[in-house]
Unconditional design. Structure first.
Length: 312
C-alpha cells in the first residue's frame, strides 16, 4: 500500500502544477504528479488563450496544456491519477492519501486550482450536466446550435463564454446582477458590440425552469431595480460566476482565508507554514488568476522546493 519516499509530489496538472513539474524535473528531482478529475485544469475548458506570452496568434487552451504536459514528461515527470483526500504534514516525510493509495514525500507542491462556482438556485443542480445547465461553453456550446441561451455573470469568463457561444447559438443573453461588467475592457467591448449578444443589467437569476422532460426551458429572472420578475425562454444556461478554490482536503493542515484560498506565509507567494510544502496557482491566488501568473507561481514553488531539499 505504502510507496517509496518521493522527493516532490505535485498535486494538480494545471499551469502551475505542470510548470512546477518542468522545473523540478529539470532539477533531476523526478517529480510525481497526482492528477485529479480534470487533467490539464481549467485551460482545457477554454477556447483561445490570447494573453499567454509567446503566442502572438493565440493558442488553443487544450493545446497549451498538452504542450506543458509533454514538456514536463520530457524532463522525467511521472503522472498518477487520484484525488488526494487527506494529508499529514505533522512529520516528514509527509503523507498524502487518496481513497486507495498512500504517498510519502519530502516536499509537496499543492496546485489544485479552483472549480466553477454555482448559483445555488432551484433547478440548477437538477439540470446540471446534460439537461441544460453547464459551466463550460467550450465543452457544451455545440449542443445548443441555433438555440437561444443565457450566460450568467459579468466577468471575463462570462464574456468569453458569451462570445464563444455566438458561434453556435441564435441568441445569447448575458444576465448580470449589476449595471457594469467586471470584465476587462477589451472583453467587455467585444461583448457589448456583438450583434448576437444582449445584456440584461441589474438582473438576478432566481430559478432554472424545466420542461415536461426535465430539460431547461428558461430562467426566472428578477430586475433588481424595479423588483419585477419575468421568465426568459432559453435551452441552455451557462453559469460563469467565478470559482471556488480546491483546498478542502488541506484546510486542517494549512491556513486558508474565509473563501478557502490558501494563505502563503508572510513574505512569500508560495511557502506555507509547513517547511517543504508549497502552494501555487488558483488555489492560492484570488487576485490575478491568470495562466501566466499560475505558471509563475509553479516556477517559484519548484525553485523553493529544490532549494529546501538541497538544504536537507
Ligand atoms: P470574476 O472576475 O470573479 O467574475 C465573476 C462574475 O460573476 C462577476 O461579474 C460577479 O458579479 C458575478 N457573480 C458572482 N457571484 C454571483 C452570483 N451569486 N450571482 C450572480 N452573479 C454572480 O470571475 P471570472 O469571470 O471567472 O474571472 C476570474 C479571473 O480569471 C479574472 O481575473 C479574469 O480576468 C480571469 N479570466 C481571464 C480571461 C481572459 O483574459 N481571457 C478569461 C476568463 C477569466 P459582480 O461583478 O457583481 O461581482
Amino acid at each position: 500500500m505504502s510507496s517509496a519516499i518521493e522527493n516532490v509530489i505535485i498535486i494538480g496538472t494545471g499551469c502551475s502544477g505542470l510548470t512546477a513539474a518542468i522545473y523540478t524535473g529539470r532539477a533531476n528531482l523526478e517529480p510525481l504528479i497526482i492528477e485529479g478529475s480534470l487533467p490539464g485544469g481549467q485551460l482545457t475548458q477554454t477556447s483561445e488563450v490570447e494573453n499567454f506570452p509567446g503566442f502572438p496568434e493565440g493558442i488553443d487552451g487544450f493545446m497549451l496544456m498538452d504542450n506543458l504536459r509533454k514538456q514536463a514528461t520530457k524532463f522525467g515527470t511521472r503522472f498518477e491519477q487520484g484525488l488526494i483526500e487527506s494529508v499529514d504534514f505533522s512529520q516528514s516525510p509527509y503523507t498524502l492519501k487518496t481513497a486507495s493509495k498512500e504517498y510519502k514525500a519530502k516536499s509537496v507542491i499543492i496546485s489544485t486550482g479552483a472549480s466553477p462556482r454555482l448559483l445555488g438556485i432551484p433547478g440548477e443542480k437538477e439540470m446540471f450536466g446534460g439537461k441544460g445547465v453547464t459551466t463550460c461553453a467550450t465543452c457544451d456550446g455545440a449542443f445548443y446550435r441555433n438555440m437561444d441561451v443565457t450566460v450568467i455573470g459579468g466577468g471575463d469568463s462570462a464574456c468569453e463564454e458569451a462570445l464563444f457561444l455566438t458561434r453556435f447559438c441564435s441568441k445569447v443573453t448575458l444576465i448580470h446582477r449589476r449595471d457594469t461588467l467586471r470584465a476587462s475592457k477589451i472583453m467587455a467591448d467585444r461583448t457589448l458590440e456583438h450583434e448576437k449578444i444582449e445584456v440584461l443589467w441589474d438582473t438576478a437569476t432566481e430559478e432554472v425552469l424545466a420542461d415536461e422532460e426535465g430539460f431547461a426551458r428558461g430562467v426566472k429572472i428578477k430586475n433588481l431595480k424595479t423588483g419585477e420578475s419575468s421568465e426568459l425562454p432559453c435551452k441552455g444556461v451557462f453559469v460563469a460566476i467565478g470559482h471556488i478554490p480546491n483546498t478542502a482536503p488541506f484546510a486542517e493542515a494549512l491556513e486558508t482565508d474565509e473563501n478557502g484560498y490558501f494563505i502563503p506565509k508572510s513574505g512569500s507567494a508560495v511557502q506555507t507554514s509547513v517547511p517543504g510544502v508549497y502552494v501555487a496557482g488558483d488555489c492560492a491566488d484570488h487576485v490575478y488568476r491568470q495562466a501566466i501568473t499560475a505558471a509563475g507561481l509553479g516556477c517559484q514553488s519548484a525553485i523553493e522546493a529544490e532549494r529546501w531539499l538541497a538544504e536537507q
